[in-house]
Design a protein around this ligand. Sequence first.
Ligand code: ADP
Length: 398
Amino acid sequence: MTQDALLARLARLERIIEITSSLNSTLSLRPLLQKILGAAQELTNTEAGSIMLIDRKTGELHFEAATGARSEEIASIVVPMEGSVAGWVVQHGRPVIIHDARSDPRLYRQIQDEIEYETRSLIAAPLAVKGKLIGVLEAVNKCGDARFSEEDVDILVALADQAAVAIENAVLFEQSDLISEIVHEMRTPLTSISGYAQMIQRDDVTEEERQAFAGTIQREAARLNRLTSGFLDLARLESGRATFNREPVSLEGVVVEAVDLLRPQARDKGIALGAEPPGGTLTLVGDRQRVHQALVNLLGNAVKYCRPGDSVTVTARAAGPEVVICVADSGPGIPRQAQERLFDRFYCVPGTGGLARGTGLGLAITRKIAEAHGGRIWVESEEGRGSSFYLALPLDAA
Ligand code: ADP
């Protein structure tokens, strides 16, 4: 190696150390992945890069970040284990170098349209923490169409080793973030319970006030209960520890069951509750209990937020490879700016709910259930004119 080449190599190694310490200080996953991509491009002198991570629940490889692509557009793309470079790296646990991607059968071509760049050459390195594979880092298209060297591979592998640790840390940190959020959410009812419990013991309160305070304590305790069980459920879903059955689920059956469950509540509030199930034959493959839970959440919300005289209707129909269930109500509707955050955990539209304030977990859980089935959920709503929640589930969930 010439003196110049040696110096250049030393500079690259120094840069890796610099980059590594910057990666370790980034605890938020999305910005971290973008930083890793930037570092990979810089260190290997490439035009683009991408990161795929293994879903802990399904073991599938998902596209998580790519140069120039919006993460929400690509995050749902599953990269097949067979017939893809990343799949090859996962299966063999070794880096791979591809000089002419156009003639290599391992390239997964479908992805090209989504990320808007053509792959001509690439290096892919495994992302592994303590011997456990968590994903794949790819550096794509050497600038100026130069050939990748063995040193490029070494550098990408060194970066991938550091990046994997930083990714694992960020994932763990996001989970601890969830814990601080629940502690925060629990504080309000706890403060209120302890305040009213003190009041109840004072000599100067009337019997009537005592009853009212006891009622508030009971309501807040019930809310705490809902918060903790909802939170547990969401944490399980988010961590991928929840297991899902794959069984035939009759749409007619789940719709009728959910409607029957909510009927007494709707009747008491003076809300007309109707259903147009798709008929006896439409069946999807999924987790019956979870599909039921998702439907009850949507129907429960519609009944909860509607006023006497309003109506709620459930419809379900097949649309190509999926079934679309719609829970439509003539209730208060949801302001446009709130619609974007509706499915975030702990989000409640300001000013709704009154005393029976919700937990803001129902829709977050419902979205997770939809996603775990390979489906989607969305809302169409106009303030003052009601809301329609749509749940689309593949007829044969992955
Ligand atoms: P929760 O109902 O426990 O607050 P959700 O996650 O189920 O939590 O719902 C989040 C928010 O979305 C609710 O606080 C409510 O403001 C709003 N929302 C949900 N469904 C409806 C609906 N059908 N009509 C109007 N607002 C709704």
